[in-house]
Design a protein around this ligand. Structure first.
Ligand code: CFM
Length: 468
């Protein structure tokens, strides 16, 4: 379908589908939506670039390496500090490193400057265990050989220097950057050391970035069950952990958009099996523990933990459910959270009426169509005008989205929860579910919205806003 604001971009029609209409069956059969394709020129997409997906999402959380951008200072500045992928140290969040390419380097080349930058940074921070170098559009376009420089720098400083060919223009969104990040880490680090220890009952958590300490909500549950976590890919992880990932007996894959690649590569090379899980929500967390337990024969332990943990949070969830029952939600996330979270909404008695992703692929939309009800609007890569029209038309009780959309929601008098960087968090696991419910309750039921809406709605319904 085409929204009113899209008259000048008819290409958007293929990206907007209502479940249950035009061949998109109620059982989700025949639901087709255009996705993971280039954005139409002129359409003000909210997508990020390949560099953003590689530097910001996959490589950036590694806590003990120098995170070096090879490019203009702006690329580095805007990749710094916006995503709370926390760790038990803050080196990776506190400092920003860039080769600072300028006009003269564009003309005469930036390779020397990159080499100098790596050497200088590693002298300044001798405690860093390596250097990750991320390529950007300009340095790729002028043909700098970053891979060669990384090799030369590695010999000079005696520590791993990993070059990520993640120049921004490489893909249609940040999703391509996830892929480059996975492939580079797999090719350069995984399996580069062979420790002798016993790795029985060991797993990797693949595709969790420890947003606002999400991992703290579920790591201890797996450990209580008798399972060791070797590597987190890549939240709160050391470069040393990435080197021994291949020792795990099972990959437990959480974000199935940004990290399935490495699990697939490990299956092929090391025969490491993997299972997909969702670590948000009560029944999802329980199923994740059950599935991992089944693999290791620890079913009894899993049931013990599930019973204790669910009993602990039950009264709180029931309290929030009473306050949230029947509320409608618009979820717009990068991709997987738009299909992970309808389950959570259901557990709180709420219903998703619109679901959108910035860079979802076909498999993400398949899952969304399976999880949402007939009549739900599903939209790919929405722009700000579309978001505004949707909020005004559907008037959801809650909009779950990110920093870019936060103030749009507030201006339209709509309750908002930040699903990317979290208001408070963490939101994963059992205890995180209580935080999530609390933040949703605060957002929806705070009296300030009623007062503001009285002022906001008349503006929205007035055909001549200047006179208001
Ligand atoms: Fe995976 Fe993510 Fe997401 Fe993602 Fe992201 Fe994120 Fe996200 Mo923001 S890795 S795809 S690129 S779950 S930063 S921690 S919240 S868009 S839905």
């Amino acid at each position: 379908m085409l929204l009113k604001c899209d008259k000048t971009i008819p290409e958007r029609k293929k990206h907007i589908v209502i479940k249950g209409e035009n061949g998109c069956g109620g059982d989700s059969s025949g639901c087709e939506i255009a996705c993971n394709v280039p954005t139409t020129p002129g359409d003000m997409t909210e997508r990020g670039c390949t560099y953003a997906g590689c530097r910001g999402v996959v490589g950036g959380p590694v806590k003990d390496v120098i995170q070096m951008t090879h490019g203009p200072i702006g690329c580095a500045y805007y990749s710094w500090g916006y995503r709370p992928h926390l760790a038990d140290s803050d080196f990776h969040m506190k400092y920003i490193f860039v080769s600072d390419i300028d006009e003269s380097n564009i003309i005469f080349g930036g390779e020397k400057k990159l080499l100098q930058s790596i050497i200088e940074a590693s002298k300044e921070f001798p405690e860093a265990k390596g250097v990750f170098v991320y390529n950007t559009c300009p340095t790729a376009l002028i043909g700098d050989d970053g891979k060669y420089i990384a090799k030369a720098a590695q010999e000079k400083i005696g520590k791993p220097v990993v070059f990520f060919p993640c120049e921004g223009f490489r893909g249609v969104s940040q999703s391509q950057g996830h892929h480059v990040g996975n492939m580079t880490i797999f090719d350069t680090l995984v399996g580069s050391v062979e420790p002798e220890e016993d790795y029985a009952y060991s797993i990797n958590i693949v595709g969790d970035y420890n947003i606002k300490n999400d991992e703290k909500t579920f790591e201890h549950l797996f450990e209580d069950m008798g399972v060791n976590i070797i590597t987190r890919f890549t939240g709160n992880v050391s470069i040393d952990d990435l080197k021994i990932m291949h020792k795990a007996q099972l990959n437990v894959v959480h974000c199935q958009r940004s990290a399935t690649y490495i699990a697939d590569m490990m299956r092929e090379k090391y025969n490491t099996p993997s299972i997909n899980v969702t670590l948000w929500g009560i029944s999802n967390m329980s199923n994740a523990l059950r599935d991992v337990a089944k693999f290791f024969g620890l079913e009894k332990e899993a049931e013990r933990i599930i019973n204790t943990e669910t009993a602990k949070i039950k009264p709180k969830i029931e309290y929030y459910k009473k306050r949230l029952e029947g509320k409608t939600v618009f979820i717009y996330q990068g991709a997987p959270r738009a299909w992970h979270w309808p389950d959570l909404m259901r557990e709180l008695g709420m219903e998703v009426v619109v679901a959108a992703t910035t860079f979802g692929h076909e498999d993400d939309y398949d899952k969304i169509f399976k999880k949402v009800k007939k009549g739900t609007l599903v939209i790919d890569n929405p722009n700000a005008m579309e978001l505004e029209e949707i909020i005004e038309t559907y008037k959801p009780d809650l909009f779950i989205s990110g920093n870019k959309e936060k103030y749009l929601a507030y201006k339209l008098g709509t309750s908002f929860v930040n699903g990317h960087t979290y208001e408070t968090g963490p939101y994963a696991g059992y205890s995180g579910m209580v935080n999530f419910a609390r933040d949703i309750d605060r957002a929806i039921n705070t009296p300030v919205w009623e007062m503001l809406r009285e002022k906001a709605w008349p503006v929205k319904n007035n055909s001549n806003p200047e006179v208001v």
